[in-house]
Structure formats: structure tokens, C-alpha cells
Design a protein around this ligand. Structure first.
Ligand code: SAH
Length: 346
């Protein structure tokens, strides 16, 4: 059983001087290989709606951004995308959207989950924000396999400033409910939120490990011009490589987690692709966009999102190429969570 680094180790590793970072990346890559092998599980992400009632200060599709054209895909449109995912090795569908909870909308999502499970071989991951436990339970009963809900920052005061209608405690309650219901749980945080220090980054990584998350998504904070954080620089602007150091240390701290090379890495590091670099510095999962091309420009959580002018077929093709070029392979099977440490909390 691989065990993760202690919190003191995490802080020391984050302070690795630039000259020693290649060795840190090599260690993280070896840790990734020992825990997960060379197969890269693919999760096709469908951003099925950008309708949102929340006003998260960083997010480009926040309710107050009147410049966004709002859309919601129909169940038939989503199912048509889903049916095509397995042919390119994408065995999980991730359903992500803005947050506009309503009893009718939540029931509709439950029916969609049930249809996806009945009509496709896909594992189903949902990422639509905070809900009461009863809603998560209904989606679980419909067949939902996994849920993604980032805690965004482990600093409760900063969390409260960034989320006008939510607290960190409430977010953690959602994650605990999901775990308790037998759902595979993913969370994570943005790297380089305003005021971030090595110590705060270490605390974020330690929380991922302490929650014993099945999946951990982390990616750079990128200020969106139509939000209250417009123009605020990423806290690591003077040392952007810290984003990769964070991925590597996260891997060493929490070996069993599925860690995606998140899309925002490409926005910050377009060439060579930040997502490719993340895959050889600790990440093991890739999430090609499966959102139909005509909606992509309306789902800009941050500026410079890559592949906005592409369509889903192109993303599947490009993904296969980049994985082969890295000497890796597309993983077979659903890519479920690795088993948790014996004796871990339920
Ligand atoms: N509404 C859902 C899912 C969409 S947001 C939710 O909040 O869970 C998905 C993720 O995008 C968020 O968790 C956040 O970490 C990230 N994100 C949003 N705005 C961002 C920005 N400006 N820069 C970087 N990441 C951002």
C-alpha cells in the first residue's frame, strides 16, 4: 500500500528549488505509474447547461454576468453525445453545469442519469454543485457513480468571500453525504487564488489527502474579465511552474487519487500543452471536451479556454494522439476509484 506524504513533507516538497523540480516530477511520475499504471482513463465532459443562480466571484458564468448567452442541452442531445463516447475509449461521461437547483430540474437530471445507465455502458459522473442529501440519494438510486465538487480553498474565510451564498462547512457536508451514499467522490481546488502562500497551498493538498478523495481536480485560477476578480493576478504569476509542483506534490501526498490533467492548465501553458506536462508530472486522467462545438463559447468559466472552436470528434482524435505521443495508452474499463486504505472512515 502506498502511503502519502505528511503535511510537513508537503510544505517542504512545495518549496523544492527550481533546479530540483525535474527530480520531483520524476518521483511523482513514478508514483503515478506504481499506483495507476500507464493507462489513461478518459472522461468525456459535457457542459450541458450554463444557467446559474450563483455568483461565485471568480466564475465567468456567474448569474450577474449578463453578457453570457444561456443554454441548456436537451436529454436527447446529451444522449446522442453519450452514445458516441465509447467508440473513442471514453468510458465515463461527466455531466457538468451551472447551478440553478429546482425540484423539476433535479428530477429531470435523475431521469437522464437513469437513461444513461440503461442505454449506454458509461460510468456517470455528475458535477452540478451543492444539493441536499436527499437529492444526491435520488441521483445515486438512479445510477450515478461519481460526483465532482471542488472545495476550491481550505481557507474558510476566503471561501466565504468567494461564495456569497455558501460556506466551506456546507461544501464539506455535501462531500461527506456523497461518500456516505457510496458515490465515488472528487473534489479539489484552484491553484493561485489571491493571497495564496506555500502554507495555504500545502493546506489545500493536505485536505485532499485527509478527505481521502477518490478523484482530485486542481487547476490554475485565471481571472475572468467580467467578474469582480477581473485583473487579479494568479498568486503564482512570478513562478507559474508552481502549478506543476502542486500536481507533483499532490500525487506524492495522495497516490491512489485519480488526478486529471485539467483544461485550465492549457489556458495558462498553451505551448507545450500544460495538460500534456501535467500528465508526466503526476496526473493520470484526461477529460476531453464532449460539449458540442456550438455551446463551447458560452461555457467560459475563465478566458483563453482551449478548444473552443473545436467539436467533440476533434477532441477525441486529438486526445488519442497526445496520449500515444506520451508513450501511454488509453485505459480500458470504467476507470473507477482505486480501493481506499483499510480502516479509512466510511
Ligand atoms: N457549478 C459547478 C461546476 C462548474 S465550475 C461547480 O461549481 O461545482 C467547475 C470548476 O471550474 C469550479 O469548481 C472551479 O474550480 C473552476 N473555475 C471556475 N472559474 C474559474 C476561474 N476563473 N479560473 C479557474 N478555474 C475556475
Amino acid at each position: 500500500m502506498l502511503t502519502g506524504a505528511s503535511t510537513t513533507d508537503i510544505l517542504t516538497l512545495l518549496r523544492t528549488p527550481p533546479g530540483e523540480r525535474p527530480a520531483l516530477y520524476a518521483r511523482a511520475d513514478a508514483c503515478r505509474r506504481a499506483a495507476h499504471g500507464d493507462g489513461v482513463p478518459l472522461r468525456g465532459i459535457v457542459e450541458f447547461s450554463n444557467i446559474c443562480a450563483n455568483d461565485c466571484l471568480y466564475c465567468g458564468i456567474r448569474a450577474a454576468n449578463a453578457g453570457v448567452h444561456r443554454y441548456r442541452m436537451s436529454a436527447e442531445e446529451i444522449l446522442a453525445v453519450a452514445r458516441r463516447l465509447p467508440e473513442s475509449g471514453q468510458n465515463t461521461i461527466v455531466l457538468q453545469s451551472g447551478e440553478a437547483p429546482s425540484p423539476a430540474g433535479d428530477a429531470r437530471l435523475g431521469r437522464l442519469i437513469a437513461r444513461l445507465k440503461a442505454e449506454t455502458p458509461l460510468a456517470v459522473t455528475v458535477s452540478v454543485g451543492n444539493r441536499p442529501r436527499a437529492t444526491y440519494a435520488a441521483w445515486r438510486a438512479a445510477g450515478m457513480d461519481r460526483y465532482l465538487l471542488r472545495f476550491e480553498t481550505s481557507d474558510a474565510a476566503l471561501f466565504a468571500r468567494l461564495h456569497p451564498a455558501c460556506t466551506l462547512a456546507e461544501r464539506l457536508r455535501c462531500l461527506a453525504d456523497l461518500r456516505d451514499l457510496g458515490v465515488q467522490v472528487g473534489s479539489g481546488f484552484m491553484i493561485g487564488l489571491p493571497g495564496e502562500t506555500h502554507a495555504r497551498l500545502a493546506a489545500n493538498i493536505a485536505l485532499c489527502r485527509d478527505l481521502d478523495l477518490d478523484m482530485v481536480g486542481i487547476g490554475p485560477f485565471i481571472a475572468h474579465p467580467a467578474t469582480p476578480l477581473a485583473g487579479v493576478p494568479n498568486a503564482w504569476a512570478a513562478d507559474p511552474e508552481m502549478h506543476f509542483v502542486a500536481i507533483a506534490v499532490l500525487r506524492l501526498a495522495h497516490p491512489r487519487a485519480h488526478i486529471p490533467a485539467t483544461t485550465a492548465f492549457d489556458a495558462l501553458f498553451p505551448d507545450p500543452s500544460g495538460r500534456d506536462l501535467a500528465l508526466v508530472r503526476g496526473a493520470n486522467v484526461f477529460m476531453p471536451s464532449a460539449t458540442p462545438g456550438r455551446y463551447r463559447g458560452d461555457y467560459l468559466l475563465y478566458p483563453d479556454k482551449p478548444c473552443v472552436d473545436e467539436d467533440a470528434g476533434m477532441c477525441a482524435f486529438c486526445t488519442a494522439g497526445r496520449i500515444v505521443r506520451l508513450g501511454r495508452s488509453i485505459a480500458e474499463g470504467p476507470g473507477h476509484a482505486l480501493s481506499r486504505a483499510p480502516g479509512a472512515a466510511p
